[in-house]
Design a protein around this ligand. Structure first.
Ligand code: 6GU
Length: 234
């Protein structure tokens, strides 16, 4: 097995898509192993409480450290073999990028801790950092209700980088934001038919002139990047 993925969440059903599609096939082939754990199994009261009001006041609820401490100790025992890389999805995290996906894809073991509400008591990350690498990671500048969807995104971005998981090995190197030479957005793509509902495929793509096609794609990449992501042009 190339990669073990553990997820701790209060919504285990939300992670069902992890077993679909690309990652599902990698699981079937034995390249990836996924285990989803319900945080509430580590609560100790009849209501299976996982959160409480924030010290210092303010809106919302904060997830309690004790269930998280027990969960981390059970899923990644302090005296067990190996240490996972702990990933905590949070709008307050550092940006998730293709470079970070490549780092995660080189790890043997990823453990995701899904917070809900206004996050997890900050001591949990501090505790975990005593024995594993911890990354708080954000998908972008918007707020999700919890980390579950972010786990689906990160797991998919990582799994398609695993050797032998992606069908076409070349498409991973050509992607937007890959470690390619330019780091620009990709040019638009077309397939058959050459004319569809009055809209024609750019003739250069049908010309067979590989040099001209490469030049046309480079121009479209630059154009598209200037229009949509001028920050990438530097
Ligand atoms: Cl990783 N988590 C949450 N809850 N919201 C987000 C996010 C992550 N990334 C952007 N918004």
């Amino acid at each position: 097995r190339q990669l073990k993925i553990d997820v701790i969440t209060i919504f285990p059903d939300y992670l069902a898509p992890l077993r679909q599609s690309l990652l599902g096939k990698a699981i079937e082939r034995g390249q990836v192993e996924v285990a989803v754990h319900d945080l509430r199994q580590w609560t100790d009261d009849v209501h299976r409480t996982v959160d409480d009001t924030p010290y210092g006041g303010g809106p919302g609820m904060v997830m309690l450290p004790e269930p998280w401490g027990r969960a981390l100790d059970a899923v990644a025992p302090p005296d067990g073999p190996g240490r996972p890389r702990l990933i905590v999805p949070s709008p307050a995290g550092r940006p998730f990028t293709q470079a970070l996906a490549e780092e995660f894809a080189a790890e043997p073991w990823l453990l995701f801790a899904c917070g809900r509400y206004e996050g997890i008591d900050a001591r949990v990350a501090e505790y975990a950092a005593q024995r594993m690498r911890v990354d708080e990671v954000s998908l972008g500048d918007y707020v999700l209700a919890g980390g579950e969807v972010a786990v689906l995104v990160i797991a998919e971005a990582v799994s398609r980088l695993l050797p032998g998981v992606l069908g076409n090995a070349q498409s991973a190197v050509d992607d937007s934001f890959s470690a390619g030479p330019d780091g620009l957005l990709e040019a638009p793509a077309y397939t058959k038919p050459a004319s569809w509902r009055g809209l024609d495929v750019p003739p250069v793509l049908l010309s067979g002139h590989h040099g001209e096609i490469a030049r046309w794609r480079a121009e479209r990449s630059r154009e598209r990047t200037a229009e949509r992501r001028p920050d990438l042009l530097g």
